[in-house]
Design a binder for this molecule. Structure first.
Ligand SMILES: [Zn+2]
Length: 409
């Protein structure tokens, strides 16, 4: 890692507020003792017992675990400039690697230290992880799907490829030689932006999906499934996927099964907000996108009641969804759907870490790594205060912001 602010991984800080990442009650006025990069103690702050010169004073600040974005597409920028989008779709790696480095810098500036990539047609994110990401020099963790799988002739080319023949999905997964972190399967069309509630047919049968999940498991890989609508989601859930991506109009029965089977949901709801904004800007009618968003918020509220594990994923790279700060509108929507801020943050910390099976749980408590972000003001200012992260602490070492934390070229 480059340019640490304080060349020590031990010390004490006093924070105005602490969000633990588990969704627990927000703690006020706490002292955090850091030793050898770990949290040695968390206690109610008692200035009378502390030596002021040795304490980092963050009383006007909130600390929370580093964030995880569980659904991104690093190869594509969140621009609505269609010319740039068309270029990035098929640009060579030499060009896209610079784009990806910029995106990773944006993540670190927003306090996001781990992302799960949902695939790109040329597997540039996979190549970037292998050739450019120096994990000795950056705390950034990147998990990749390489290329997603879609049925011949159906939606998915921009993020993936098709098996050699229809009906051979499991064989294709088994034959994959790239060292991917998870398998991504596309099992429906895009959520309709023209016809409210329109559902597309599944791309794969239950038998095909079951065989695919099994083939992935043999390789120790979990499966993330892009699925909108009741039947496509039902197939993915019954087959034993690890997570449902998007899940627009999947319905309550699917949510119930997901809660029972501990299957994650990544609602990517802010994509609809971004479409609304985009269409308003260009003078088109944003009604269907707005109604999609409202419906998704209803599903989020139902999922919370049922106990479905939700992880924050932005689908960054989608029109108007920026890498890094795109996590803010997604958290805003979770809040609007009824999640208290500490629960919304949990979706972007502990839940993301569990979904990605990260080495650290992205939780702040005794004995765990002292890795957290510092934002100005009380938790009432979240998630907007994430727009200007004050500091990032990685295992006890402080950085001023995300800059200087990546070596990607
Ligand atoms: Zn996606």
């Amino acid at each position: 890692m480059n340019h640490p602010q304080k060349p020590t991984d031990s010390g004490t800080l006093r924070a105005g507020w602490l969000i633990d990442g588990r969704g627990g009650k927000i703690q006020k006025n706490v002292s955090l003792r850091i030793q050898d990069g770990l949290i040695a103690a968390v206690a109610a702050s008692d200035p009378a017992l502390e030596e002021p010169a040795e304490v980092l004073n963050l009383t006007g600040y909130t600390i929370l675990p580093c964030l995880v974005d569980s659904h991104v597409h690093l190869f594509m920028s969140g621009t609505s400039d269609l010319k740039i989008r068309a270029r990035q779709l098929d640009a060579p790696f030499s060009e896209i690697k610079k784009v990806i480095t910029r995106h990773i810098e944006a993540y670190l500036l927003s306090g996001v230290t781990a992302v799960r990539d949902g695939g790109d047609h040329h597997a540039h994110a996979l190549r970037y992880r292998d050739e450019c990401l120096d994990t000795d020099k950056t705390p950034f963790q990147l998990q990749v799907a390489g290329r997603a799988w879609h049925r011949p002739g159906r939606y998915g080319r921009l993020i993936g490829r098709e098996p050699a023949a229809a009906g051979q999905l499991a064989e294709a997964i088994a034959a994959e030689s790239a060292a991917i972190d998870h398998v991504k399967i596309v099992n429906s069309g895009l959520n309709s932006l023209m016809k409210f509630g329109h559902q597309t047919s599944p791309q794969f049968t239950l038998a095909e999906m079951r065989a695919a999940v099994k083939a992935a498991r043999v390789k120790g890989l979990s499966v993330m499934v892009h699925a909108n609508g009741k039947i496509p989601v039902e197939i993915a859930v019954s087959a034993g996927c690890r997570s449902i991506e998007h899940g627009f109009f999947m319905g309550k029965e699917n949510l119930k099964k997901m809660a029972e089977k501990d299957i994650f949901w990544i609602p990517t709801a802010a994509t609809m907000q971004a479409y609304c904004d985009h269409w308003e800007r260009i003078g088109e009618n944003p009604d269907v996108a707005r109604r999609n968003l409202e419906h998704q918020m209803g599903q989020i509220a139902a999922a919370r009641k049922l106990g479905v594990p939700i992880a924050v994923g932005t689908d960054a790279g989608s029109i108007g969804v920026q890498h890094g700060r795109g996590i803010i509108p997604e958290l805003v929507i979770l809040k609007q759907a009824g999640l208290p801020i500490q629960e919304a943050i949990r979706c972007a910390t502990a839940n993301g870490a569990r979904l990605l099976n990260l080495p650290a749980p992205h939780v702040l408590s005794r004995g765990l790594p002292a890795s957290f972000i510092v934002v100005k003001g009380s938790p009432d200012r979240l998630p907007d205060s994430l727009l200007s992260i004050q500091k990032i602490c990685i295992q006890g070492i402080f950085y001023d912001s995300g800059k200087g934390m990546i070596s990607g070229e």
